[in-house]
Write a protein that binds this ligand. Structure first.
Ligand SMILES: Nc1ncnc2c1ncn2[C@@H]1O[C@H](COP(=O)(O)OP(=O)(O)O)[C@@H](O)[C@H]1O
Ligand SMILES: [Mg+2]
Length: 275
């Protein structure tokens, strides 16, 4: 079932203030899977590094005058900055200008809710809105938290990664309080090399912290990196690779939550699905 038919758009932030943990890779692969499953998807790049923009094949030099910074300044500019990537996938790109200008945005009235105002205007057109957040808990991530109803925290199992989790949980709690809603946190999507004991230990620790909300890990896979180097996503570029298969499984889990209808009657045509 298409959630839009039900009048429901799912707004998912992919966030972690640590860099290099797989936020962009998760956001782009999830967006690609959802679009392939014919869900109208809007991916919003909130990171000045523009990695999601690049991954989706857009050259940031071409979008200096129409990117997410313009939406942060004026929510009405959203339709003007959107780029069609695929039949069911649109992108709001980011430009490096965001890094120098984001500080000036902080003092603007309602700075934390600009993206929410923008997304509200196009909500009816999308089944999913995804945010690729930057590696900090600044104004862009706060905008995502003011708008999202679901949060995914990509995670890499290095020794210091656990320290930051507490901080994100505080931020989520703050947004929940501000908005008087409960945000669904899908715990953590961990990138792991399962043959490594440190990674296995980290997964166990995550399970203790997040219980069922610890998602099945995404395996370390060079094809994932190769796809980004080619400015695309592994689920499109090489769907049989193990990294792609893990992302497809993850996307299916997200799709599965759309409604409680039996999964048999649920069309999950995701690229590379071999079941
Ligand atoms: N499953 C994976 N296997 C191997 N490399 C990965 C995997 N997921 C992400 N990477 C690589 O790790 C690096 C950081 O990922 P990225 O998604 O850019 O993190 P973030 O957005 O959190 O900074 C990138 O080079 C990416 O290609
Ligand atoms: Mg990133």
């Amino acid at each position: 079932m298409n959630p839009r038919v039900e009048g429901m758009t799912r707004v998912i932030a992919i966030a972690n203030q640590k860099g290099g943990v797989g936020k962009t890779t998760t956001a782009c692969n999830l967006a690609a899977c959802l679009a392939t499953a014919k869900r109208q998807t809007l991916l919003i790049d909130l990171d000045a590094q523009s990695n999601a923009t690049l991954t989706m094949g857009v050259d940031p030099r071409d979008i200096r005058e129409r990117n997410v910074l313009h939406v942060l300044k004026n929510p009405d500019s959203l339709p003007r900055v959107m780029i069609e990537i695929d039949e069911c996938l649109d992108l709001v790109p980011a430009h490096i200008d965001l890094s120098s200008e984001e500080y000036s945005l902080i003092n603007t009235m309602g700075a934390e809710t600009q993206i929410k105002k923008a997304v509200k205007q196009v909500m009816e057109d999308y089944d999913y809105v995804l945010f690729d957040c930057p590696p900090n808990l600044g104004i862009c991530t706060r905008n995502a938290f003011q708008c999202a109803t679901e949060i995914i925290i990509p995670f890499d199992p290095s020794p210091y990664s656990f320290d930051g989790l507490e901080k994100i949980r505080d931020y989520i709690a703050r947004a929940e309080q501000d908005r008087d809603i409960q945000i669904t946190t899908y715990g953590v999507l961990c990138r792991a090399q399962l043959q490594r004991n440190v990674d296995k230990d980290a997964l166990e620790r995550l399970q203790q912290l997040f219980g069922k909300r610890t998602l099945p890990p995404i395996r370390q896979n060079i094809k994932v990196v190769e796809a980004s180097a080619e400015r695309t996503v592994v689920v499109w570029n090489e769907p049989s690779a193990i990294g792609a298969q893990d992302y497809i499984k993850f996307a299916k889990a997200i799709l599965h939550m759309e409604s409680s209808i039996e999964s048999d009657s649920f069309s999950l045509r995701v690229v590379g699905d071999q079941q």
